[in-house]
Design a protein around this ligand. Structure first.
Ligand code: NAD
Length: 450
C-alpha cells in the first residue's frame, strides 16, 4: 500500500475543512485534504448553501415581477424551464468547486478524493475510487466531516419523498408539496418551490416556525409566507408517510392526538441534521463523542486525542458554514502554536427567505430564558424611505442593549436584505460598540442600513 506523510491532514473539504487546509498551507504547513467529492466544497457548495441560494434568487425574480403589479408594471406569468434552471444552478456549483480545486493546487495542498478512516491516532486510510487505498501518516488531523439530513422514523424510500439534497436536484415542480419541518431548510426550499409554481403546505411540530428565533421577527415572515404557501400548520406531527407510485399519503397528528390525512404529489422532509461522526474509525483513536453524536472539543477545537482536532457541524451547534470556517482557522492557529480560542460573541444566523431573517449575538428569546436584563431598541421599517421605495415596509431592526452601559449585545433584523445588513451587527457586538457609536457613524442615505 502507498504511504504518504503529512504534517496536517484535513478530513472533509467543506467550508470548515478547505478554509483550515488553505490557511495552514498559507502558514507554511505541509497539508493533505481528503474528501469523497472530486473537488473541495462540501455540503455547502455541492448540496446546501450555494445551490439553494441560486434557486432562491430565481424565486425572488418571480416574486418581484409579480409584486411589480402594485406599481403599475404587469408581466405575464413566468414560463419555467426546469432543466435550464437546474443546469444554471449546477454550473454555479461546478464553477465554484472547480475554483476551489485550483486554489488547493496553487497552495500546494495535496487533495485526495476518497473516504478516510482512522487506523490509529496518527494514521488514516483513504479508500480512493478506482485506485488502491492509501495510508496517510500525520502529525495533526482536523476532522471536518459535517452533517447529513435526518429523516422521520419508518419513512420508506421513494422518489416522491425528498430531503434537502434531492429537493435541490429539482427534477420537476410538483403540483403539490408538503414540507415537513418549519426550520431553515423547510422555509427556504418551500419558498423556492412555491415561487416556481407548487402548491406548498408546511407542517411544523412545535407551536411556531423557526423555533428559537425571536417571535416578532418570525411573525413578519409568517405573514408574507401565508401569501405564498397554501397552508402553514403548527403544533402538528407527521405520524405516517405512505408513498404510492403516484403520490404520498400523509397522516397528521395534532396535540390532542386527533389524526387526519392528506395526499400530496411530493413531500420534503426537513426536520434537522445530524453530525457525521460514525464510520470514521474514531474508536481507533482517543476521540470521544457526545450523546448527540458531536465530537467533544475544547476551546481550541482539540478533541480528547491530542493529535486530532474537530471543527464545523461535527463539533457542535450551530451548524453553519461560517462558524466552521472560523473554527478551522482557530484549530490551525492552535496547531501552529499560536495563542487562540474559539470565543465568538456573535455568530450570525441568516434564514434566506423573503423577507430574510438574520440575527447575531444575544437574542431577546435567549435573554428572557436566562433572566438577563436588557434594553431593546426597535426600528420598524415603515418609517424607512428606502424600504418604501422598495415597496417593502414589512421589516424590523432590533438592537439588544445592556441597559446600564448601552453596549450592543445583539442585533436582529427581518426584511429584504437582512442577511447583508447583519454584518454591521456582528461588527458592533464583536467590537463592543454602544448604541451611540452606531448612531455617530454616518450611514448612507437612502439605504435600509440607516
Ligand atoms: P431545523 O432544526 O432548522 O428545523 C427543523 C424543524 O423541523 C424544526 O422546526 C422542528 O421543530 C421541525 N420538526 C422536527 N420533527 C418534526 C416532525 N416530525 N414533524 C414536523 N416538524 C418537525 O433543521 P433544518 O431546517 O433541517 O436545517 C438543519 C440545519 O441546517 C439548520 O439547523 C442550520 O444549522 C442548517 N441550515 C442553515 C441554513 C442557513 O444558514 N440559511 C439553511 C439551511 C440549513
Amino acid at each position: 500500500m502507498n504511504d504518504q506523510k503529512t504534517q496536517l491532514v484535513v478530513i472533509g473539504a467543506g467550508p470548515g475543512g478547505y478554509a483550515a487546509a488553505f490557511y495552514a498551507a498559507d502558514l507554511g504547513m505541509n497539508v493533505t485534504l481528503v474528501d469523497t467529492e472530486l473537488n473541495p466544497g462540501g455540503v455547502c457548495l455541492y448540496r446546501g448553501c450555494i445551490p439553494s441560494k441560486a434557486l432562491l434568487h430565481a424565486a425572488k425574480v418571480v416574486s418581484e415581477s409579480r409584486d411589480a403589479k402594485e406599481f403599475g408594471i404587469t408581466f405575464n406569468e413566468p414560463r419555467i424551464d426546469v432543466d435550464k434552471l437546474r443546469a444554471w444552478k449546477d454550473n454555479v456549483v461546478s464553477k465554484m468547486t472547480g475554483n476551489l480545486g485550483l486554489l488547493a493546487k496553487s497552495r500546494k495542498v495535496a487533495f485526495i478524493q476518497g473516504k478516510a478512516t482512522f487506523v490509529d491516532s496518527n494514521t488514516v486510510k483513504v479508500k480512493r475510487p478506482g485506485s488502491s487505498p492509501q495510508n496517510v501518516r500525520f502529525e495533526h488531523a482536523i476532522l471536518a466531516t459535517g452533517s447529513r439530513p435526518i429523516s422521520l422514523p419508518n419513512v420508506p424510500n421513494s422518489p416522491l419523498i425528498l430531503n434537502s439534497t434531492t429537493a435541490l436536484e429539482i427534477q420537476t415542480i410538483p403540483s403539490s408539496l408538503l414540507v415537513v419541518g418549519g426550520g431553515y431548510i423547510g422555509l427556504e426550499l418551500g419558498t423556492v418551490y412555491a415561487e416556481l409554481g407548487s402548491e406548498v403546505s408546511v407542517v411544523e411540530m412545535t407551536p411556531g416556525l423557526l423555533p428559537g428565533a425571536d417571535r416578532d421577527l418570525v411573525n413578519v415572515l409568517e405573514k408574507r409566507l401565508k401569501t405564498i404557501f397554501k397552508s402553514i400548520t403548527l403544533g402538528t406531527k407527521v405520524a405516517k408517510v405512505e408513498p404510492t407510485v403516484k403520490n404520498v399519503k400523509v397522516t397528521f397528528e395534532n396535540p390532542d392526538g386527533k389524526t387526519s390525512q392528506q395526499t400530496y404529489d411530493k413531500i420534503l422532509i426537513a426536520v434537522g441534521r445530524k453530525p457525521n461522526s460514525s464510520d470514521l474509525g474514531l474508536e481507533n483513536t482517543k476521540v470521544k463523542i457526545t450523546a448527540k453524536g458531536f465530537v467533544q472539543v475544547d476551546l481550541q477545537r482539540r478533541t480528547t486525542d491530542p493529535a486530532i482536532f474537530a471543527i464545523g457541524d461535527i463539533a457542535g451547534e450551530p451548524m453553519l458554514a461560517h462558524k466552521a470556517s472560523h473554527e478551522g482557522r482557530v484549530a490551525v492557529d492552535a496547531i501552529a502554536g499560536k495563542k487562540t480560542a474559539f470565543e465568538p460573541k456573535a455568530i450570525p444566523a441568516v434564514v434566506f427567505t423573503d423577507p430574510e431573517i438574520a440575527w447575531c449575538g444575544l437574542t431577546e428569546t435567549q435573554a428572557r430564558q436566562e433572566n438577563r436584563a436588557i434594553a431593546v431598541a426597535k426600528f420598524p421599517w415603515g418609517a424607512s424611505g428606502r424600504a418604501m421605495t422598495l415597496n417593502r415596509t414589512d421589516g424590523l431592526t432590533k438592537l439588544i442593549l445592556d441597559p446600564d452601559t448601552q453596549r450592543v449585545l445583539g442585533m436582529a433584523i427581518v426584511g429584504p436584505g437582512a442577511g447583508e445588513l447583519i454584518a454591521e451587527g456582528v461588527l458592533a457586538v464583536e467590537m463592543g460598540s454602544t448604541a451611540e457609536d452606531i448612531k455617530l457613524a454616518i450611514h448612507p442615505h437612502p439605504t435600509t442600513s440607516e
